[in-house]
Design a protein around this ligand. Sequence first.
Ligand SMILES: *Cc1c(COP(=O)(O)O)cnc(C)c1O
Length: 407
Amino acid sequence: MKNTFDHPLPNEEGFFGEYGGSFIPEQLQAIMQEIDAAYREIRQDPEFLSQLTELYQHYVGRPSPVFHAKNLSKKYGTDIYLKREDLNHTGAHKINHCLGEALLAKKMGKKKLIAETGAGQHGVALATAAALVGLECDIYMGEVDIKKEHPNVVRMHILGANVIPATHGRKTLKEAVDAAFEAYLKDPVTQLYAIGSVVGPHPFPMMVRDFQSIVGNEAKEQFNSMTGGLPGNIVACVGGGSNAMGIFSAFLDDKEVKLHGVEPSGRNLDEDGEHAATLTKGEPGIMHGFKSYMLKDADGEPQEVYSVASGLDYPSVGPQHAYLKDIQRVNYEHINDKEAIDAFFELSRLEGIIPAIESSHAVAYALKLAQSGEKGSILVNLSGRGDKDIDFVVENYGKDYGIPSLP
Ligand SMILES: *Cc1c(COP(=O)(O)O)cnc(C)c1O
């Protein structure tokens, strides 16, 4: 693996322009600095890099393919390609950073990994990595998500992790972050908080992006060998923003490649609490230890947010996305529940690939872009597979798509 960890941003203090940084209690500053120092050391360490490469190849199954979706391309009038992160072991892109974080924790002599999870994908990926490298694992998860994402909860238990419910507020991702943060504050020495996206205080937005940059680096090479050039457009869904940063990071300097980040507009973009379109509707603020765009309520507190995709309902977003929005390098768009579910079935029925509902937001925007007359090719980061979502989708939307009620 070429060293993919060299990026101009963030600066030493973890800022991407005015965003990012580390706004955390004094007692945690020292710990974050320790993690930063340990990370800067290992990312230069040939032994660590070859360990990670070995796991990416033989455990995760990397490189994940780029697939030319010819049936979609034909129907929608432009070439559409999929970067198949759904084929990774554990079914999504999250394993890429979880293995990095687990190896880092092990090197630092930590005993336990802790984290929050939304759709359960980060929890499963982290529980997997913890099992592999031999660490304990506590996963905090909103009670609502525990019910909705039952198969992933079962997986975490089987993998030997503890699943701890967050029972306050809307009982979803934001509350899970609160609970995990609280637990971390109690013992930041033997535990490592393995944040699930490019969010949180420095160095996490940098570190998680670096571990995910394998996605963009592979895709760039694969796309070039398939077509002899660069894609015209890249589309990725944005929750915290890790799969998007992973694929965007390799193309930031290729100004001819248009980058599109897709947020969830949920049930209603014009009503607070009915969407999670942070970059579209939010404003700069500080939450969970970093500065970025955020959705605030009337009291300036994090807003309650909603999306049909549990992995996208977070009221802030990675600080590098805030920066990329302000400098207009990335175009941020939104897709609602209905459009995402349409795309879920469209990809399933035209290509035989059942996408995660999160990833369906990216697919939906790609189809919209193609229908708008865009002729440049479109590379979609298919961040995960839909196995975890099938019961939910059939129960709630099946009859609209010709599926009889099942016993
Ligand atoms: C968690 C998740 C996301 C959202 O997280 P990002 O950090 O924005 O990538 C998207 N897709 C899938 C399949 C996920 O599991």
